[in-house]
Structures are given as C-alpha cells and as structure tokens.
Design a protein around this ligand. Sequence first.
Ligand code: EPU
Length: 418
Amino acid sequence: MDKIVIEGGLPLRGTVKISGAKNAALPILAATLLSRGTHHLKNIPSLRDVNTIQKIMGRLGVSFESKGKELVVDTSNVVHHEAPYELVKTMRASILLLGPLVAGYGRAKISLPGGCAIGARPINLHLKALAQMGVDMYLDQGYVNARARRLRGADIFFDIPTVTGTENIMMAAALAKGTTVLRNAAKEPEVQDLAIFLRKMGAQIEGDGTDTITIQGAEELRPADHDIIPDRIEAGTFLIASAMTRGDVRIENCRPEHMTALLEKVESAGAKIQISRGAIHVMGPEKVQSVDIKTLPYPGFPTDLQAQFMAFMCIADGWSMIRETIFENRFIHVSELRRMGADIEINSNQALVRGKNKLLAAPVMATDLRASASLILAGLVAQGGLTQVHRIYHLDRGYERLEEKFRALGAKIWREKE
Ligand code: EPU
C-alpha cells in the first residue's frame, strides 16, 4: 500500500483545475443502464470508485471505451443483474445499480452494503420507496433480491433527505408507469446533474434542486451524452488548503455557485476570495479566525468537507465548534489530528477545536476518504519534519492525483511505497 509524505510549511501558489465530480459520475454511470445503446460521458474522473462501478457494470455486460476524459458506455448487451459482495464491500455507492436494474430489466441482486467507517449508513429508505413502487424484495445470503414487472409511480416521503436514495428512486421512477413524487428529496448538485442526464435520455423530471421532485415515467429512454459537473468537494479541499497554507491560488473549472456555504466560512476565517465564472481566486489570511460550522444537507455545509475544515480550524486563532449532523461517526480523523498536536475535544456529535499556532509533523493513518484529505491538509502546514499519511488507499477512491495537483502548486508532497 502507498503512503503520502509531506514536508509542510510552504504556501500553495498557482492554478489548479478541478476534475469531474465522483458523486455525480457514479449515479450517471448507473443511469446508463436505463436504456440500451451507446452513451458518451465527458469529464469522468479517474478514480478507484469509478473503476469499481465500471467493474460491476462490466460483469453485467456493459462495455466501456476510455478516450481521455471521455468514457463511451455501451449498454446494448446487459445480460446479468448481480452486483457481487467482493466489489460492493469496497464501495457502498454500488447500491445505485438497484433502481436502474429493477426498473430496466425487472430484476436485480445486489449485495447489501455493510456499515462503514463513518456510520451505519442503512439503505432502508431506498428499499421502502422501491416497495411502494411495487418491487418485491427479499434478503438472502446478504443480498437484496428484487423483482418487478413494471414499476408503478408512487408518492414517496423520505424521512431523511438521502442523496443516493433520491437518485436511486429518481432513476427507477423514470421507467415506472405513472407519476412519482419524491418529497423531502435531496437537493445536492449531483442529484440535479443526474436529473439533467435523465432528461437528456428522455425522462420527464421537474423540481430537482428543490425538496419535491416529480417524475413522469416513460415507456423507454434513449442513450445520451453528458458532461459531468466539477467536483465541489475536491474544489473545496483546494480552497481550504490554499487558505490554510496562506497561499494564493486560482481554482479553475469549478462551480462557485455549488460552494456557497463553504465560501462564506472560508471568508469568515479571514481569506480573501474573488469569484468569477467557473473559477475562485483565494488568498489565505495572515491570521486564521476561528469559525463554527454545522454540517447539513445541501445547501448547508457539506459533511464531506467537515474533516478538511477541522484541520483548518486547528491553526485558527480561537475556539471553533464543529457539529456533524449527517453521519454518527465522522470524527475518526480527530485522534490522528491530535497526534499532530491538535487540541480537539469531542462531545457526542460536537468537536471543540482549540486553535494552536502550529501543527507538528507525525506519522498518521487514514481511515476514510475525507479523513485522508484532512490529514494531508494538516501535513501541508505541519512543522518539524515529515508527515507520513499511511493507508491512503481511501484517498484514491475520491481524489484524482491529489498529491500531483498539490505539488504543481508548490507543495513538497510525494507518494511512496510502504
Ligand atoms: N440514511 C438512512 N437510511 C437510508 C439512507 C440514508 O437512515 O436509507 C441516513 C444516513 O445514514 C445518513 C443520512 O441519511 O445519516 C444521509 O445519508 P445519504 O443517504 O444522503 O448519504 P449517501 O447517499 O449514502 C452521499 C455521498 C456521500 C455524502 C453523503 C451526504 C455518494 C455516492 N455519496 O452518500 O459521499 O457524504 O451523500 O452528503 O453520493 C464521500 O464522497 O466521501 C461520501 C461519503
């Protein structure tokens, strides 16, 4: 397994280009199953999670041709309907195949994703909604077996606005008979990007981006071409890193309008920010001000940037209260940040960060994707030697060549074999 080594202390300077969004690419790849034929997807990021969904879809009979950042997806020969345990266990988002398979082919057998490092992450809301749409399901040997003739539209209320749940049911509803209304739906930009793709396939969808989405089911859909939106979490990670290292960075190929909550917080922490179309210019503050955050569904502060923002607050002037309301166990980075000298006290879902004027280099261990990014950010400002971030396997699931992009901004960071 690889590790990332960082010699901290240099301000980031220059321009960085943001890749396509992992969490938009995954549901859109799954949605290609809703029609037979050839789809052209642009701005597909090269990530382990994207490879994993391709591997599973490959077993179903889908073929892929990669042309740089474009992926040609051919769904003409789908013959299997099973997502096996050995692949699903490495990526929970595999559950996104359930809706399209059962709606498009009348059957699906998907391994139930287990718990994961950041929380139990049940999929009860996906299953309940599919049952309302007429899908018969039973659990056998850890697999959800689903069958249906044609799904029927339904009025569905989500107890919690679930991102992949909304996406799964939106895809299933696109081929259902009649109208489906999703209430308390997720409003994330990735849900909207999927809705745009589905509309290009011929689906009738209204209200995406609001908490009520209405889908008029179609008899059939057609293949489509699409350009995946930029990754707001990757852009946010660079924004925080630039502010934190007191850098001067232009972040290109991003959508600032998807990042309002973060931009406001980074500005409150003292950074200077200039926004133009598709780009953000950030200049870090001399003195970092402490800011409180609370993670919330979009458009609130994203849970996927909580760990990175906490690393930032570790060097703030003052105390910062960080509240995590989406996942029950998303403070796993805290004990590692403490090894770098951070002063953080956890009380249930709240972390009180007492800012210090420096962090110290140390060997640390990454336990989930965003926690890995947080430790790398801490390493970029750490003093007194080399920070080594072990088990960065998670990082490659969701960041494209992160260390190379940081190196191009002047950081001393490299990858080594363990
Ligand atoms: N929940 C339920 N039942 C369900 C579904 C969700 O109780 O059936 C709960 C979850 O346990 C959680 C809350 O609802 O407490 C919200 O979870 P959600 O379903 O929205 O999360 P997700 O769809 O599994 C996606 C992203 C995550 C991101 C979350 C929240 C993808 C592939 N994953 O997960 O991304 O953290 O939304 O925004 O879109 C990441 O990229 O690092 C990542 C973890």
